[in-house]
Design a protein around this ligand. Structure first.
Ligand code: PMP
Length: 360
């Protein structure tokens, strides 16, 4: 029995040999590997969440609001830009949002294109929805050359184009002009994955400002990072109302539980408090970039809550050395680089100390 695996089952041919995606979940003192927010909810927020969940619990015999209208309205108000509930959609994490997008706009015979290195779930979601993935490359500075990108779009005519800004794992934000040009050039849907939007440095506007001019543009966001709510699973997007209506063709009825909706609504009421934590993380990030450069490491400019740094002959050895010292980072992205999430000040001191020892 024990050597009977998924490949012995009649699974889809295109899933054969695939491994499930996911970073190791190790129990370590300092976990800087999945770009989580290191600040747990405040006691005040924990109490508010508790009472919101209690209220929701009283109605758990009933299905939740299938269209999550109140939550979508609150998310729209948070985003601003004149958005409303008709232009916002939500699901269990932005991964589910992206999956729904691919279910509607991708599928067999269709393609999606992205600029790598980037978030490795984009090709996974693309392929498991039967869509063909087309890899384009980012430049040496991890940016996207708009001229080259336009050529590739013209050549491949992808049904879905992914632009990740700020990009994971490099931290790179795209200039708005680049997003605007590529949104105009793309024949299909354009998804700007802005999971890390709140961590951008000054002067890089969100692609939300482009929505009124581009009915095929989707901006996806998450409460997992800035809102420190990775455990609650709430992702969302802003787009033309027609896009939101189209996504409802594939969403499962009642996909967002009443508990999830209550938790997300409550967290949104604490936006000010949560975004103060973001400000602190941005400062910590800028300080880390400066420190790493002063130590002689190469560091990609970061507009996110993590930094990509290098370059290492043997990054695996550095990764393992850090782990032996209780600091878990991520071996991801270009071969000679490593990624570390910004943690609390104490976690960052542990990171600095471990890195100095490992690379001494
Ligand atoms: N997009 C990007 C670029 C990410 O890095 C992540 C998470 N690491 C996600 C989307 C998915 O996040 P979630 O499903 O938690 O919203």
């Amino acid at each position: 029995m024990s050597d009977f695996g998924p490949d012995d089952l009649p699974i889809r041919d295109d899933l054969r040999g695939r491994a499930p995606y996911g970073a190791p979940q190790l129990d370590v003192p300092v976990a800087l590997n999945t770009n989580e927010n290191p600040f747990p909810p405040s006691e005040r927020l924990v109490e508010a969440l508790g009472s919101a969940v209690s209220d929701a619990a009283r109605g758990l015999n009933r299905y939740p609001d299938r269209d999550a209208v109140r939550l979508r309205g609150a998310l729209a108000r948070y985003l601003g830009h004149g958005l409303d509930a008709d232009r916002v959609w939500a699901a269990n994490g932005s991964n589910e949002v992206l999956q729904q997008i691919l279910q509607v706009f991708g599928g067999p015979g269709r393609t999606a294109m992205g600029f790598e290195p980037s978030y490795s779930m984009h090709p996974v979601i693309t392929e498991v929805t039967g869509t063909r993935w087309i890899t384009a490359e980012r430049g040496p500075d991890f940016g996207i050359d708009p001229d080259r990108a336009e050529e590739l779009i013209a050549e491949h005519r992808p049904d879905v184009l992914f632009l990740t800004s700020p990009n994971n794992p490099t931290g790179t934000a795209l200039p708005l002009e680049t997003v605007a040009r590529l949104a105009a050039a793309a024949p299909g849907m354009v998804v700007v994955d802005e999971a890390y939007a709140e961590f951008r440095r000054e002067g890089t506007p969100s692609a939300l400002t482009l929505l009124p001019d581009h009915p095929r543009l989707i901006v996806s966001r998450t409460m997992s990072k800035a809102f420190a709510l990775a455990g609650a699973r709430l992702g969302y997007l802003a787009a033309h109302p027609a896009v939101v209506q189209a996504l409802q063709l594939v969403r499962l009825p009642y996909h967002l539980s009443a508990v999830t909706q209550a938790v997300a609504l409550t967290a949104l009421e604490f936006s000010d408090e949560l975004l103060a934590g973001v400000k602190q993380l941005r400062e910590e990030r800028d300080a880390l970039v400066g420190w790493l450069r002063a130590q002689g490491f190469a560091v990609a400019d970061s507009d996110a809550n993590f930094v990509l740094f290098g370059e290492f002959e043997d990054r695996g050895a550095v990764f393992r050395g850090m782990l032996e010292r209780g600091v878990l980072i991520r071996e991801v992205g270009p071969p000679r680089w490593l990624r570390a999430t910004i943690g609390t000040p104490e976690e960052m001191s542990a990171f600095r100390e471990a890195l100095l020892r490992v690379t001494a």
